[in-house]
Design a protein. Structure first.
Lengths: 101, 130
């Protein structure tokens, strides 16, 4: 009679996935948001290396100023609000399979 | 400025020519076709355009499409110039699957745009200041 042998179970460790810098800055903004609502509500803040580095009511001016200072690298500039906006782009193209008239 | 509808699309669609410029690096892409899309809250850039200009994101926002799905996408500060009209700043969004630029109301509302469907013509003027 054959004895069933159980093969060894191999664990496959995956290296941690580092999110891109823009995503990290956005996550930092979300972590900082509760405190920012008390100090910067209604303003745009710029987050770089996990910290607020500048703020303004003019988002374009803020982006240009911060990029002039730190260089053209990914950052997060967003409005401090507890009612985040969902932007609508209701764009669809009609799907026509190849060969259809 | 007057443009003819693109008749390769069915039904024909209003397009204009735009030049995009990154205000920080100065990189430009000239005379790109952009579909006039008054249903879009925000101007959309195809991935190929973002790559060609070497844009890096300066923010993120949540976007809702036709079927109601909401996705998080990166934003890019960009100057948009319709033909030789004065340029306007906007924070455009990446449209990974879009074949063309979509010119949304963030830019369109700075211009006077007339769509003449029967004649397949789009007239665009402006932009307004402020």
């Amino acid at each position: 009679m054959n004895e069933a042998t159980i093969p060894p179970t191999l664990a496959i460790p995956l290296p941690p996935i580092e999110p891109p810098k823009g995503e990290r800055e956005y996550q930092a903004f979300l972590r900082l948001l509760p405190g920012l609502l008390a100090t910067h509500r209604g303003k745009y803040v710029a987050v770089h290396d996990g910290q607020v580095v500048d703020s303004d009511t003019d988002e374009v001016g803020l982006i240009l100023r911060v990029q002039a200072r730190i260089g053209y690298v990914p950052l997060y500039v967003g409005l401090v609000t507890d009612q985040p906006l969902v932007i609508r782009i209701p764009h669809y193209r009609e799907y026509r399979p190849q060969g259809s008239p | 400025m007057r443009f003819r509808y693109v008749e390769q699309l069915d039904p024909p669609a209003p397009f204009v020519q735009v030049t995009l410029r990154c205000p920080t690096t100065g990189t430009r892409a000239v005379n790109l076709p952009a579909q006039v899309d008054s249903a879009a809250d925000r101007t959309v850039l195809p991935g190929s355009v973002v790559a060609a200009l070497g844009l890096v994101e300066d923010g993120r926002a949540h976007f809702q499409g036709f079927a109601g799905e909401v996705v998080e996408l990166p934003l890019f500060l960009i100057e948009v110039q319709v033909h030789d009209l004065p340029a306007v700043f906007t924070r455009a969004v990446l449209g990974p699957a879009e074949p063309h630029i979509l010119l949304g109301r963030d830019v369109l509302n700075r211009h006077r745009t007339v769509l003449d469907g029967p004649q397949l013509l789009v007239d665009i003027e402006g932009p307004t200041t402020g």
